[in-house]
Design a protein around this ligand. Structure first.
Ligand SMILES: [Zn+2]
Length: 241
C-alpha cells in the first residue's frame, strides 16, 4: 500500500485505519451470510434455468424459502415487460403452485396449468408464446404424485373430464405393461408423453434444434416437496411434419 503525506498525520492515520477495519469486518460478515437466491440472468441458458428451479425447490424442501422477487421494487421493475426464465406446464392441483414449489417470484415463471398437466392446444400456444416471444429457454412439464386427473383416467371415471382423460389415456395404456405402482407409472408416462409431444411439435422442435430451448419432465412429490427430474432434457428431437 502506498502512504501519501496524509498518513504523516497521526489522527488522520488512526481514522483511516479504523475505517479500513470496519470495511474488513463488513466484508467478513458478508462472506458469512447464507447464499441468497440467485437472480435470474437476463438471458439464462436452458441449463441455468433448470439449475435455478432446482435450487429454489431445494430451499422449499428444506423449509428455508427466500421468496425472491416478491417486493414492490420487483413489481415496479416488471411494469414495462417480462422475461420469465422458465415455463412450467403443471397440474391445477392447489398443492403444486410453481412459484411456491420453486421458491420464485414475480416475472420468473410463465405458468400454464390445467388438470393433469395435459398439452391441450391452448397450453401449447401459451408455451409457444413465452418461448418464441419472451425468450424463455426452458419448459418444465411437471406432474405430481396422487394426481386426481390421472387417477380418474386410470379408474375409468372420466365422465366429468372427457377431454382431459382423452389426453391422459395413452399414458395409462402404456403404463399398464409396466411393473410397479400403476398410478405412479401413469403419472410419469403422462409427463414423458407430454414432453415428447411438445418436443416434436415443429415450432418448439426448431427452437430445440437451434439450442435455444430445452423441455424437461419432472414429478413433484406431495409428501417431501421434492421435484424429481425424470429424464435427460429433450434436446435433439426431430421436428414433426
Ligand atoms: Zn393433478
Amino acid at each position: 500500500m502506498c502512504y501519501g503525506p496524509a498518513m504523516q498525520n497521526p489522527r488522520l492515520r488512526r481514522a483511516l485505519t479504523g475505517f479500513l477495519a470496519i470495511l474488513c469486518i463488513a466484508g467478513l460478515l458478508k462472506s458469512l451470510e447464507p447464499a441468497r437466491a440467485a437472480a435470474p440472468p437476463s438471458s439464462a441458458s436452458p441449463a441455468d434455468a433448470l439449475k435455478l428451479l432446482l435450487e429454489g425447490n431445494q430451499r422449499f424442501v428444506d423449509g428455508k424459502p427466500e421468496r425472491p422477487n416478491q417486493d414492490t421494487s420487483r413489481r415496479a421493475a416488471l411494469v414495462g415487460g417480462q422475461q420469465p426464465f422458465a415455463a412450467i406446464l403443471s397440474c391445477s392441483d392447489s398443492r403444486t403452485a410453481p412459484e411456491i414449489v420453486f421458491d420464485r417470484g414475480l416475472g420468473d415463471l410463465f405458468t400454464v396449468r390445467n388438470a393433469g398437466n395435459v398439452p391441450s392446444p391452448f397450453a401449447m400456444e401459451s408455451l409457444h408464446y413465452t418461448t418464441a416471444h419472451l425468450g424463455t429457454p426452458l419448459i418444465l412439464v411437471l406432474g405430481h404424485t396422487k394426481c386426481g386427473a390421472v387417477t380418474a383416467t386410470l379408474s375409468g371415471q372420466t365422465e366429468d373430464i372427457p377431454e382431459t382423460a382423452k389426453a391422459i389415456e395413452p399414458a395409462v395404456a402404456k403404463s399398464k405393461a409396466m411393473s410397479g405402482d400403476a398410478l405412479d407409472n401413469a403419472i410419469s408416462e403422462n409427463v414423458r408423453l407430454t414432453v415428447q409431444k411438445l418436443s416434436t411439435w415443429k415450432p418448439l422442435a426448431e427452437m430445440i434444434k437451434a439450442g435455444n430451448l430445452q423441455i424437461v419432465g419432472a414429478v413433484y412429490h406431495l409428501d417431501s416437496g421434492r421435484v424429481m427430474v425424470l429424464d435427460e432434457p429433450a434436446s435433439s428431437a426431430p421436428p414433426s411434419k
